[in-house]
Design a protein around this ligand. Sequence first.
Ligand code: BGC
Length: 443
Amino acid sequence: MTLQDALKRIETNFTVSAEVLKEISQGFYDEMELGLTQTGNAIPMNVTWVTEKPTGNEQGEYLSIDLGGTNMRVVLVTLKGDSKFDSVQSKYNLPAWIKTGTANELWSFIAEYLEEFLLKQYQNIPEETLPLGFSFSFATTQGNINEGVLQSWSKGFDVKGVEGHDVVPMLQKAIDKRSLPVKITALINDTTGTLVASLYTDPLTKMGLIFGTGVNGAYYDTTDQIPKLGISQSSPMAINTEYGSFDSSHRYLPRTFFDVAIDNSSTRPGEQTYEKMVAGYYMGELLRLLLVDLYYRRYIFQGQDVSQLNVPYIMDTSYLASAEQDSDDLPTIGSMFESLGLATTLKERQLIQTLSKLIATRAARLAACSIAAICKRTNVDSGNIACDGSVISKYPFFKERIENALAEILDWSERPYPLQIVQAEDGSSVGAAIIACIAQKSI
Ligand code: BGC
C-alpha cells in the first residue's frame, strides 16, 4: 500500500455522510428522551434547578469561579440590568498535578487563588458576605441549585475522593478555612451558564453549548415534559444534557481504530464516547496517533527520532488549528514539528494539514447531530445557538462546518440558515453570576 492509499483509507474512515449524520442525530434524540424518563442513561439529562429564564434586569455584584478546562478563572461580575454587565477576571493555569491529585489539594488551590483575587480587587476584603456562583464543568446530580454530586470526572481530570460527593461543601470548607467572606449560592454547569448568560443579552437564544476542552449542551425544557421528575405543573427547567456521554453502547458513532485507542488509554475508558470524537482535548491526540501509525508503517519521518511524537497528548488542538491556517509552503507546520525534533518535507506537511482538516471536520459535523436533536426535542426551527469554548472561538471554520452539517441534517437549502451559531464569550462565569443572583432572590 502506498501513502496515497493509506490516506484514502483514513479519509474514508473519517468522513461522515449526511445520511449517517441523520441516523446519529435520531439516536441522540432517542437517548435524550430516555434520559428525561429515567436515571442511569447514557445521556443523563441532568436537571439543574434553574427554573427561571433571566429577564435582563438582574443586578448586583457576584463572584464566580470557573473550573473545568485548561484554566481556572475567578471573576467579579457586575450585573447592571438592561442586559448589561461588566466583569473583571483573573485566569490561573491548572497544573497537571492538581487535575489528578487529591480533593484537598484541588479545593485549597482554588481557595488560595480566590483570596489572591479578592486582595487584588478590594483594598480591604469586604465584611459583608459576597455571593458566589460556582461554574463546575463536570456532570453532577443536583437536588437543588446549591449542590452537585459529581457523577464522573472527564477531560483528563481525575481528582481522588470527589466522585460521588457534593462539591459545594468541599469548596465552601476550603473558603471558610481562609476566613473569606464568600458564600457559594449556586452550582452550575458551563453550558447552563452559557445558556443563561446569552439569554440575558439575547432573547433569541435557544441553547447554550460548549466546544472546548470538552463538549456539552444545555437548553430549557418544561417540567411536565420530564417524566423522571414526576411534576405535573408546567414551568421552565434548564437541562444540562451531558451529551458528551452519548453512545456508550457504541451503536451509532462511526468510531475508528484511533478513537478506540484514545478511549482505551484514557482516565475513564468507556465513558464520554462522543466527547472523545468531538472535543478539543482529544483532537491533537488523534492527530498524533494517526502520525505515529504512519511512521511505524514507514510512510513518514523515516530515520528520525520520534521520541517526542511518542509522548501522549504532546500535541494540543492548536497544532491542528495552525496547520489548517498555514500559508503556501506550510512553514508553521514545519516549525511546530521542528519543536518536536522532526524535520518535515513539503509532502509530510501537506499530509499533516489534510489529517488536521479531516479530524476537525468530522468533529464539527458530529457536533451538529446533538444540536439537531435538541431542536427536534424543543420544536426549535429558528433563533440563535450560543456557543462558548476554545474550539468554537479559535478553530478556523469550525462554526461554518457545524452550520453546513446542520443544513444537511435539517434539510436547509437556502442561506441565511434559520439557526445561527453565535459566540458567547465568558458565558459560564457571567451565567454563574446571573444564576447566583436568581438563586439568592428565591432563598
Ligand atoms: C463535562 C460537562 C461540560 C463539558 C464542557 C464535559 O466533559 O462532562 O459537564 O459541560 O465537558 O466543559
